[in-house]
Design a protein around this ligand. Structure first.
Ligand code: GNR
Ligand code: NI
Length: 172
């Protein structure tokens, strides 16, 4: 396995709409394995392929947050088929927007259709942190980052800070 480089805002790749996966094969499984390792190392609770510069509709999620109780999930071509009328607010972060957090409102529960690690189809009701996370990841597949829900002023401020921090990093 290998650690992949996570790109940060304002990389234009984060605005691209990712392509559907035609088939779940060994090459895709290798990508998913590397994404999972990268997510755990970051550490994060979710990762979309576009965050490692691969424009394909693949996400990995593990909301357990406990190294001994890992529950990795692999979702290929995920689609929301139902969302609750009830909304939740969560203080979200993103590995592509390091060290910045903001409250985002999303449906409290969603039904998601997807293919798993073996290419088998599922439809699953998700709620709590998992529902927030899966919607955050599906947004990435559509070129949307959580700061896009904030005011232009706040978003521009965050992007400038991340850009500077990323530059300072590269210099060291
Ligand atoms: O690690 C992450 N934590 C998180 C917290 C609240 C809502 C969403 C997330 S996902 C984020 C990892 C990430 O950037 N995934 O795209
Ligand atoms: Ni993110």
């Amino acid at each position: 396995m290998a650690l992949l480089n996570i790109i940060n805002v304002p990389d234009p790749l984060l605005k691209t709409i990712s392509d559907p996966v035609a088939q779940v094969d060994d090459e895709l499984r290798r990508l998913m394995d590397n994404m999972l390792e990268t997510m755990y190392a970051a550490p994060g609770i979710g990762l979309a392929a576009i965050q490692v510069a691969v424009p394909r509709r693949v996400i990995v999620i593990d909301t357990e947050g406990d190294e001994k109780m890992r529950k990795p999930r692999f979702l290929v071509n995920p689609e929301v088929t139902w969302e609750s009328e009830e909304y939740n607010v969560y203080n979200e972060g993103c590995l592509s927007v390091p060290e910045h957090y903001a409250e985002v409102e999303r449906p409290a529960s969603v039904k998601v259709k997807y293919l798993d690690y073996d290419g088998k189809q599922h439809e699953e009701l998700m709620d709590g942190l998992l529902a927030t996370c899966v919607q955050h990841e599906i947004d990435h597949l559509n070129g949307v980052v959580f700061i896009d829900y904030l005011s232009k002023l706040r978003r521009n401020m965050i992007v400038k800070k991340v850009q500077k921090a990323t530059r300072d990093m590269a210099v060291l």
